[in-house]
Design a protein around this ligand. Structure first.
Ligand code: AMP
Length: 431
């Protein structure tokens, strides 16, 4: 077990199972019960195994376990990281663990990584990948993330071709909802691209990879670092001038939308200088079979002048998306902190359920208080967020946007696409 890695405060209580709400209270009239041996809670057993069980210690030493997570195979690879599939040893939930080799990071990438963590910690939206926990060892950093088993949008389109009009609406509406939430929180993603849109189910998407993201103090704040992927870069980025954050994300969304509905990129070239010329010239051709309302939206977004580009609010109310209802309740940000469980039970819907689930695992009020202030760098926060997320998902917090009708398009009957989609995903169809 790497020495600097976080561990739960492992004091195993002598007394009987204590509840979350009164962990250290003992009953003086019940001495007999206190002295009789009792079963360890799952959390106590796991914590003891990690210190004394030979097999568990070996797994920790060879990297088949990281903290409370059992690591399986590799599922992806980034510049400085590997992404592995893992299971939480107590809750049994699947997670993705991004393993970052700290030795390969220079000062600027270290800064980017800590910004990625703090920005992910500050965001809580059904279409943004959850960060459950961060673990640190001398040479590695582990980001425990929500697992997105459906692959990324780029891989989906590369293997299955362009999305249907209806699928594009569903996916685009979710991306818009996430980006609007980010911009309302003064976060600019700066690397929106199909590879960073992950599927957790056939049609539910999550925006991932906040490595280039930044927090701005106001909408008009100018930024000056060229970030992201050239095919998605707005013209102002190629001009080496200071730029405003929100329109840069909006442009990338225009490229994404074009890619979704056509299966190809609006600006293509075999070298970056040629691509730069293409983007600055601003010439692209939308195939005629793309529906007229969708064409109008793409043209409204891919405007060379950032101030003339569609704003997110305009995009949300555009004609193409009219049948898609994107308003869903966002889980509350404050709920990300397990201390919320200790507050008087009244406010939020899942509190009782999460409380019961944690109690069953052996998480106590004492554990929560001992791990206070550590944010994601606490295994108690990890357990808590995984359980909370599962309960919220089961209650429909991540249901797809609902379709309130179908835009009639005499040329291409979208009804057929709609029927096909109904077989592959559960949509909430209101009319
Ligand atoms: P990244 O280092 O974030 O670019 O991730 C590299 C690859 O790992 C991605 O292209 C995905 O295929 C995969 N990946 C990253 N995060 C997740 C996740 N949360 N769930 C499933 N796969 C992921």
């Amino acid at each position: 077990m790497p020495s600097s890695m976080n561990l739960v405060s492992t004091r195993v209580p002598r007394h009987s199972l204590y509840s979350l709400s009164d962990s250290s209270d003992s009953d003086p009239d019940n001495e007999e019960e206190q002295d009789s041996p009792r079963r360890l809670t799952p959390l106590e057993k796991l914590t003891l195994d990690m210190c004394h069980d030979e097999k568990t210690i070996k797994e920790l030493n060879v990297g088949r376990r990281v903290g409370f997570y059992k690591v399986c195979g590799e599922i992806g690879c980034g510049n400085f990281s590997k992404v592995k599939l893992a299971f939480h040893a107590l809750t049994k939930d699947k997670v993705a663990v991004k393993v970052v080799d700290k030795m390969r990071l220079d000062l600027s990438t270290q800064r980017m990584l800590s910004r990625e963590i703090s920005i992910m910690e500050s965001l809580h939206h059904p279409n943004i990948l959850w960060l459950y926990e961060v673990l640190e060892a001398p040479s590695r950093l582990y980001l425990v993330l929500e697992y997105a088993g459906g692959g990324d949008l780029h891989a989906r389109i590369s293997s299955e071709g362009k999305l249907s009009d209806l699928e594009s609406k569903l996916v685009f509406a979710q991306i818009m909802s996430a980006v609007k939430y980010m911009h309302d929180s003064n976060i600019i993603h700066r690397d929106l691209k199909a590879e960073n849109i992950l599927f957790t189910s056939y049609s539910c998407v999550k925006v991932a990879d906040f490595g280039f993201s930044t927090k701005i103090s106001s909408r008009s704040q100018m930024l000056d670092t060229f970030c992201g992927s050239p095919p998605y870069a707005a013209p102002e980025l190629f001009k080496d001038e200071a730029y405003m954050g929100p329109p840069v994300d909006v442009w990338a969304m225009g490229v994404l939308l074009f890619f979704m509905v056509t299966g190809s990129m609006p600006f293509r070239a075999d070298t970056v200088p040629k691509l730069r010329r293409c983007v600055l010239q601003g010439v692209y051709v939308i195939p005629t079979w793309v529906s007229a309302p969708c064409q109008r939206l793409i043209r409204g977004i891919l405007k060379p002048e950032p101030t003339e580009r569609c704003a997110l609010d305009q995009m949300l109310g555009c004609e193409w998306l009219l049948p898609v209802e994107t308003l869903r309740s966002n889980p509350h940000f404050y709920q990300l902190n397990p201390v919320q469980l200790l507050k008087v039970r009244s406010g939020w819907a899942e509190q009782e359920e999460v409380h019961a689930a944690l109690q069953k695992l052996g998480v106590t009020k004492e554990h929560i208080l001992n791990n206070q202030g550590k944010n994601s760098r606490s295994p108690i926060t990890g357990i808590y967020r995984i359980v909370l997320h599962r309960i919220q998902r089961n209650k429909g917090a991540e249901c797809l946007p609902s379709i309130t009708g179908v835009v009639r398009d005499p040329k291409r009957d979208s009804l057929r696409a709609y029927r096909n989609l109904r077989h592959t995903s559960k949509l909430c169809v209101l009319s």
